[in-house]
Design a protein around this ligand. Structure first.
Ligand code: PGA
Length: 247
């Protein structure tokens, strides 16, 4: 399984960052999972320096700018130079901060241009009985993929993260059958953008209250390729239990 630890702004000191990285290194040796850490930007370079493990690093976002007079922005190129090989793009917490579908498309192309593998985050705010949430997902995917080249489209990973399920407890996460249906739906939409069987090769991840109590069930019965884990990734015991269960 592909496991992305999204530390969000939970980790604010380097001692904690280093100890969580050490845990991920151990877990990457003792399980068959691929681990990727998305730390707050200032920790990225220190953590990735001299890293010889299979743990990889992701930016939590990239700037919509490509450098120059943009105080406070961290560009895709700077993330790449600091050791990131992946980038979360379009996380709902960035969308809540003002990122539109157009901004997300722009950030996606900056990340790709710098050789970062984008993890495109999509997901509806709420579920309704008329299926409008499916159009939300379709629209987010379409606007992200439309302007990409055929080669770029193949490099994108998709993380389905329904906003209603983020930051809660395992009980609030999606059920396995709803997740299976959503994966099929996402693959159907992707087939409009990726030729033939290539859409089946895009890794699809799930995020939203994945904890040690539900990860295994969601992994076993849905066809998901991995998870994006927020709060449970900064709790050493929970994270170790969760990752070990998935190997
Ligand atoms: P959560 O966050 O695991 O705390 O729900 C997931 C995410 O937002 O990536």
């Amino acid at each position: 399984m592909l496991i992305i630890a999204n530390w969000k702004a939970y980790v604010e000191d380097s001692a904690r960052a280093k100890s969580l990285l050490a845990l991920s290194k151990r877990l990457s040796r003792s399980t068959n999972n691929t681990l990727i850490i998305a730390p707050p930007a200032p920790f990225l370079a220190t953590l990735s320096l001299g890293n010889t493990s299979t743990v990889a690093f992701a930016a939590q976002d990239v700037s919509a700018s490509t450098g120059g007079a943009a105080t406070g922005e961290v560009t895709a190129r700077a993330y790449r130079a600091a050791g990131a090989t992946y980038a979360l793009i379009g996380h709902s917490e960035r969308r809540a901060g003002g990122d539109t579908d157009a901004t997300v498309a722009q950030k996606l192309s900056h990340a790709l241009a710098q050789g970062l593998t984008p993890i495109l985050c999509i997901g509806e705010h709420e579920r309704d009985s008329e299926g409008r949430y499916l159009s939300v997902v379709r629209e987010q995917l379409s606007s992200a993929y439309t302007n990409l080249t055929a080669g770029e489209r193949k490099r994108v990973l998709v993380a389905y993260e329904p906003v209603w399920a983020i930051g809660k407890t395992a009980q609030a996460a999606i059920g396995a059958s709803d997740l299976s249906e959503m994966i099929l739906y996402i693959r159907k939409v992707l087939s409009d953008f990726l030729p033939g069987k290539t859409s089946a090769r895009t890794p699809i991840l799930y995020g939203g209250s994945v904890e040690a109590g539900n990860a295994k069930t969601l992994a076993a019965s849905t066809g998901i390729d991995g998870f994006l884990i927020g709060h449970a990734s900064v709790d050493a015991d929970s994270f170790a239990t969760l990752v070990t269960q998935l190997s």
